[in-house]
Design a protein around this ligand. Structure first.
Ligand SMILES: [Ca+2]
Ligand SMILES: [Ca+2]
Length: 323
């Protein structure tokens, strides 16, 4: 009798769970879970943007970049828009400087967004899809006519509806890179490099600020380098940390910081570089790139990496595509 009651409860639970998965917004809108990434192709070593299933199958090449020379023929750092229809990415083919571009998820209709000849990199869509946040060597407030170079970087936001660019940090003495939005779009997290003698010296640290760049606060200050934070829906920030004690014995780790409990947990450690990371839409799997070895995915409940892309690949994003 007791056994039968348990079975009944189990069936009910199963029905509930099955119903939930069918009711998820992704399947309702015809979205498919995909990874987007770049890969070195051809003899010149230029990079192109690709899309594939999260296990690496079903690969499609989305860019065919005209080659200027050995170094200027790149398409890299792709990110999927929240509605799954667009991809923002970085390319240097039109003039040799890195600029932000947007294309349809099938590779059609490529549009250049930035034109100022600065280093405009690491785009990321706002959760409502109306803005693109990126890092730029452009200093000041006039994006089209700015000074700069490789001496610093600021975070800029592009408003798609108004076609305007706004400098969120405006800090010539501090590098700001690899930003991400909070799931509700009200805050940003990013990696900042404070030059020696400043707030923290000679290290990259993670900061959280309001979405307009005001009130930047360190998430943690330490003597390691933290990069590529990803802010997920379950109030967790994942990031890469350089744990190298002495070069050339590089040791990199992937960590998670729980914003509710304020606890830092190591997830994975690797002998060698980890340069890029993405988190799946459910927040329970990670993709990361070791440039010499390839791109791996990893289940957070069972953190043993599975290789899905070859050496020379670089993960850009893990999200939904409407194809
Ligand atoms: Ca700056
Ligand atoms: Ca640090």
């Amino acid at each position: 009798m007791k056994r039968r009651i348990w079975w009944g409860t189990w069936v009910m639970l199963l029905t509930l769970l099955t119903g939930m998965s069918f009711a998820s917004p992704a399947s309702a809108e015809g979205l498919q879970e995909k990874i987007v990434y770049s890969k070195a192709v051809g003899d010149m070593g230029g990079r192109e943007v690709f899309i594939a299933n999260p296990d690496g199958t079903g690969e499609q090449q989305l860019t065919q970049t005209p080659s200027l020379d050995e170094t200027h023929n790149q398409a890299d750092e792709p990110v999927l828009s929240p509605d799954g229809k667009k991809i923002a990415y970085v390319s240097d083919w039109n003039g040799g400087s890195y600029e932000i571009w947007v294309m349809n998820v099938d590779g059609s209709d490529k549009v250049q967004i930035t034109h100022n000849g600065m280093r405009n990199v690491e785009p990321v869509w706002s959760p409502d899809g109306s803005k693109i946040l990126f890092s730029s060597a452009c200093m000041g407030t006039d994006f089209e006519h700015c000074s700069g170079g490789d001496t610093s970087s600021d975070l800029w936001v592009y408003d798609i509806n108004t076609n305007t660019f706004t400098n969120l940090t405006n800090t010539p003495d501090v590098y700001e890179e690899s930003a991400d939005w909070s799931p509700d779009g009200t805050k940003i997290v990013y990696s900042a490099y404070w030059k020696p003698g400043q707030f923290a010296s000679n290290q990259w640290d993670l900061f959280i600020a309001n979405a307009d760049g005001t009130n930047p606060q360190p998430l943690m200050i330490d003597n390691k380098h933290e990069y590529h934070p990803k802010w997920t829906a379950n109030d967790t920030i994942f990031f890469i940390r350089d744990d190298t004690v002495t070069s050339p014995n590089y040791q990199f780790g992937i960590y998670q910081f729980n914003l509710t409990t304020k606890t830092l947990s190591p997830l994975y450690s690797r002998n060698g570089w980890i340069t890029r990371m993405a988190v799946n839409p459910n927040g329970n799997q990670i993709a990361f790139t070791s440039p010499s070895d390839g791109t791996y995915t990893m289940d957070l409940a069972n953190p043993s990496p599975v290789q899905v892309l070859p050496a020379g690949s670089a993960i850009g994003d893990w999200g939904y595509a409407k194809q």
